[in-house]
Write a protein that binds this ligand. Structure first.
Ligand code: KIV
Ligand code: ZN
Length: 526
């Protein structure tokens, strides 16, 4: 085990402490369909802070004005984590990242460049020596703006060992305090990935002064296993995302790593600062914001993760839960009684519940609005569950920052036809009305949206589910739109399926509006 390391942001780090670096708002957000607006990012950032992460990669400031502003806002608000901005090995990127993270109490600049033969030749079109020189230049520049500088060897797991040692040595000499070795394309297997860290720690001069970091993609489903192997081999920072979201098959899932370390201390004797009981609510918050639910069998946070279907298992669990449960559902935030509030519940109880669900900072207007809608819902539904409240707040309050907002909808449905929709939307504060006839009420509604806000996006997916159980459950609709190669998913919930469909479409459309403002910089990857 390595000795205590003195780190500019964390001071003396115990040898068994693993730094949790969350990149949900950067690597996660950059994957198709997952973009978030500023308000959504701030809510996620607060939830991540409550979860106890150590470093928050808040975005890629050079990518767009929106990315820059969200990193800067997060840097102003979040006190409990180091705020990190990503930068390519280029002066403009580094200066932009430095400016974005400057308001933070503790800040980090994260600089990356590819080191594998393939990436250097094809993507960068640079000779290895030029890459080494660029590393020295960029880490030195970053250090002029931050004490805490991370350097990443993009495609590190496919880099030639000797060259990787030289690159890491150059970065350390130039002042990097964290060295990250990404498995950018999810190609590594555990023994091999762990061996890279062992090699670097043995061979590179100065290795004992820095924190080594993992960053694993899940293309072969090995991201968490590779991360665990690297921790065993001396890595003390783990880069990960909530629900494992991220490019392609995603990144290593934070909740899985945190629970591996907590559940198997005999095999992996390391600690994190994660408050594991907040895991589920953070996962649900992200799913609500992005419109992507996790699959039912997802470890830790899937709805079947603690469900026992077979009679033999149920019998065992009733006798002693540890027969089939290796951790308790409560330890990650599942509660036995999901029923929370009814129509007689007061504003105070409602506010408390919202706080527990991760909506700590709703202003008075938003709270009043949410409370009024909760009362409406409680009139229609016998029981109101956590999921109902999350759906309601996501739909009606937080999306209040959207430029296109739902006002009202009337539909004529049924077998006789023609099916017709009359829709009112608030676009940038102005009410617009449209009427459309369609092949069914959903088609008519979507045509009315297009009449108010003309756009080229194609509808790629439309699916209807239920937020909870029962015939009075809210419908939860997912809509996927694609425009100019960009895909977004939107979700909407309502006791009326047509209204939920309309809201889901608008959620996706608003995301496209945000996406249109973003132009990814060249050679930005993984
Ligand atoms: O996967 C990767 O290589 C990355 C780097 C930018 C750290 O995300
Ligand atoms: Zn990545």
């Amino acid at each position: 085990m390595s000795d205590t390391i003195h780190h500019p942001s964390f001071g003396a780090l115990a040898p068994d402490r693993v730094i949790m670096f969350d990149t949900t708002l950067r690597d996660g957000e950059q994957s198709p369909g997952f973009s978030m607006n500023l308000a959504e990012k701030l809510r996620m950032a607060e939830a991540l802070e409550d979860l106890g992460i150590d470093v928050m990669e808040a975005g890629f400031p050079i990518a767009s004005q929106g990315d820059f502003e969200s990193v800067r806002e997060i840097a102003k608000v979040i006190q409990g984590a180091v705020i990190c901005g990503l930068a390519r090995c280029a002066d403009a990127d580094i200066l932009r990242a430095a400016e974005a993270v400057r308001p933070a109490k503790r800040s980090r600049i994260h600089v990356f460049i590819s080191t594998s033969p393939l990436h250097m030749r094809v993507k960068l079109q640079m000779e290895p020596d030029a890459v080494l020189a660029r590393i020295v230049h960029c880490v030195t520049l970053a250090r002029q703006h931050a004490e805490d500088v991370e350097w990443s060897a993009e495609d590190g797991s496919r880099t030639e060992p000797d060259f990787l040692c030289r690159a890491v040595e150059a970065a350390i000499k130039a002042g990097a305090t964290t060295i990250n070795i990404p498995d950018t394309v999810g190609y590594a297997v555990p023994e091999e990935y762990g061996a890279i860290f062992t090699m670097l720690r043995e061979r590179v001069p100065g290795a004992e002064k820095v924190i080594f970091s993992t960053h694993c993609h899940n293309d072969l489903g090995l991201a968490v296993a590779n991360t665990a192997a690297a921790i065993r081999a001396g890595a003390r920072q783990v880069e990960c995302t909530i629900n494992g979201i991220g490019e392609r098959a995603g990144n290593a899932a934070l909740e899985e790593i945190a629970m591996v370390l907590r559940t198997r201390p005999n095999s992996l004797p390391f600690k994190t600062g994660i408050t594991t009981t907040n895991i589920l609510r953070t996962s649900k918050l992200l799913a609500g914001i992005t419109g992507f639910d996790v699959q039912p069998n997802k470890a830790i946070v899937g709805r079947n993760a603690f469900a026992h279907e077979s009679g033999i298992h149920q019998d065992g669990v009733l006798k002693d839960a540890s027969t089939y449960e290796i951790m308790t559902p409560e330890s990650v935030g599942w509660t036995k009684n999901a029923l929370v509030l009814g129509k007689h519940s007061g504003r105070h109880a409602f506010r408390d519940r919202l706080k527990q669900l991760g909506y700590a900072e709703l202003g008075d207007n938003a709270l009043n609005d949410a409370f009024r809608r909760f009362k409406d819902l409680a009139d229609k539904k016998k029981v109101v569950y956590d999921e109902d409240i999350v759906a309601l707040v996501d739909d009606e309050v937080v999306r209040g920052h959207d430029t296109i907002r739902f006002v009202s909808l009337e539909v004529w449905a049924g077998s006789k036809g023609p099916q017709r929709a009359v829709l009112e939307l608030d676009v940038d504060g102005e009410i617009h009305r449209a009427e459309a006839v369609g092949d069914g009420p959903v088609d008519a509604t979507f045509k009315a949206i297009r009449a108010i806000h003309p756009h080229e996006a194609e509808l790629k997916l439309f699916s209807v589910g239920a937020v909870t159980e029962g015939t009075d459950a809210q419908a939860k609709v997912t809509v996927r739109l694609e425009e100019a190669g960009k895909t977004v998913d939107g979700q909407g919930a309502d006791t009326d399926t047509m209204v939920a469909s309309c809201k889901a479409y608008l959620h996706a459309l608003n995301k496209l509006v945000v996406k249109r403002l973003k132009t990814a910089p060249a050679a930005m990857s993984a």
